[in-house]
Design a protein around this ligand. Structure first.
Ligand code: 0X9
Ligand code: ZN
Length: 413
């Protein structure tokens, strides 16, 4: 038996070495992620001339994506340091198969948007460090004039292991599109008068890495090569408002590594570009897990937002949303001080009324730290957060209406 296996192995080895073209032929659609030594423009041009696409440039190396043939050419020049195939085989453990990996999410977004193309658009807001597209879905009953309507933005998946935070925005896309089509009058009225942006997976590389071996790795950051043998920047410490002023780390090995400079990462750059391209965005919600909290700025300081009305609008809206999901509303720094998060930047730089939800579970009795609560919890968490999401969309025209007695009229298109 052993002998047969050895003979087979030798045969496979020989066939691969004698028929390299055959090997190339069978895997030629596979893309490879590569770390390539390149210290100057000349070397970077050599790399680019192979046809590989350079995704990130650092002082003495570049990160590129290319085919097997392009990888072989770079290897021949003696510049290749590390490579691995970008396969779509990464998947959740069987018990969590309901969660969407990157390929499943991409497929679902494509199907949903092409079945509702009158009210939805799918676009890539940029590529992750490993070259995955970061998808945004825009929903409006008036897509051609959407820029003139009040806008709300929702995001999930900044942190790799927080897979539940992807399932909510993804579900709300499906919910909005199907309810609109089914004639739900509330949803139709809301979507006709608003411009809604949803980015379900901000950190696709991290999410895929977390599930890449069949058992969870509890990975948090993106997959940046830090240049000191470590990988990953904490995307929720990399935004450029009061960056690096506390609650983040300068060490590449830390889970809260803030990156080499503000907005050093393609993922946070993509969010920045996207938000700045849509000046009508007035409210933002970034889903994270876990602890059942509703957080609002500041996160970098113990002091509250200096503009009293803005402080109040965050407090009042957080309290209102807590009535629906039962979470605890509080200023983010009451959880702990952390600088460089999405909401401090969105409010601090653009005066967007911004919230972080730390979803279920409430505490860590569910596998490593509560990040893996299983699939049974998903529908309930989606349900209890629907009203808060609708509320943010409703009040996007003027969040300060929430300060009026009784919360103001429920919806003004
Ligand atoms: O630390 C974070 O980035 C968020 N918590 S998580 O467990 N999902 O990692 C909380 C961010 C809230 N912001 C501040 N405390 N500044
Ligand atoms: Zn998080």
């Amino acid at each position: 038996m052993k002998l047969t296996m050895m003979v087979t192995a030798v045969f496979i080895f020989l066939s691969l070495s004698f028929f390299p073209f055959q090997e190339a032929h069978t895997v030629s659609s596979t893309q490879y992620w590569m770390k390539i030594r390149a210290t100057d423009a000349f070397q970077r041009t050599l790399v680019a001339n192979t046809g590989a696409s350079i995704e990130a440039t650092r002082e003495d190396f570049v990160v590129a994506i290319g085919t097997l043939e392009e990888k072989a050419a770079i290897e021949k020049m003696g510049l290749l340091e590390v490579s691995f195939p970008l396969t779509s085989e990464m998947d959740f453990p069987a018990k969590d198969a309901i969660y969407h990996n990157y390929a499943e999410m991409t497929d679902k977004l494509n199907k949903l948007v092409s079945n509702h193309s009158d009210i939805a658009e799918l676009s890539s807001i940029g590529k992750s460090i490993e070259g995955r597209e970061i998808w945004a879905v825009r929903i409006s009953g008036n897509l051609s004039q959407a820029e003139t309507l009040p806008a709300a933005i929702f995001m999930g998946g900044h942190h790799a292991r927080e897979h539940l935070s992807v399932e909510l925005p993804l579900y709300y896309i499906e919910y909005f599109l199907t309810e609109y089509k089914n004639g739900n009058p509330r949803i139709q009225r809301l979507i006709n008068g608003r411009d809604i942006h949803i980015i379900p997976m901000v950190n696709p590389d991290g999410a895929e890495f977390d599930i890449s071996t069949g058992s969870y790795k509890a990975w948090r950051k993106n997959r940046a090569i830090n240049g000191d043998g470590t990988q990953g920047v904490d995307l929720n410490r990399n935004y450029g408002f009061k960056w690096g002023t506390g609650g983040s780390s300068s060490s590449g090995s830390s889970d809260t590594f803030k990156g080499p400079h503000p907005f050093s990462e393609p993922e946070t750059q993509a969010i920045k570009r996207y938000i700045e391209a849509h000046e009508n965005i007035t409210v933002l919600l970034s889903f994270h897990t876990f602890s059942q909290l509703i957080l609002y700025p500041w996160g970098h300081a113990n002091s509250g937002i200096p503009i009293a009305r803005d402080r109040q609008v965050h407090e009042v809206m957080a309290k209102k949303m807590a009535e629906w999901n039962g979470y605890k509303p509080q200023q983010a720094s009451q959880l702990y001080i952390a600088s460089g998060d999405t909401t401090d930047w969105a409010y601090g730089e653009h005066k967007i009324i911004a919230f972080t939800f730390e979803l279920d579970p409430g505490s860590s009795g569910f596998g490593p730290g509560g990040f893996y609560p299983g699939s049974g919890i998903i529908p309930e968490v989606q349900r209890k957060n629907l009203e808060p999401v609708l509320y943010l969309i409703e009040y996007a025209d003027n969040p300060y209406r929430s300060l009026e007695a009784g919360g103001g009229p429920i919806f003004k298109p």
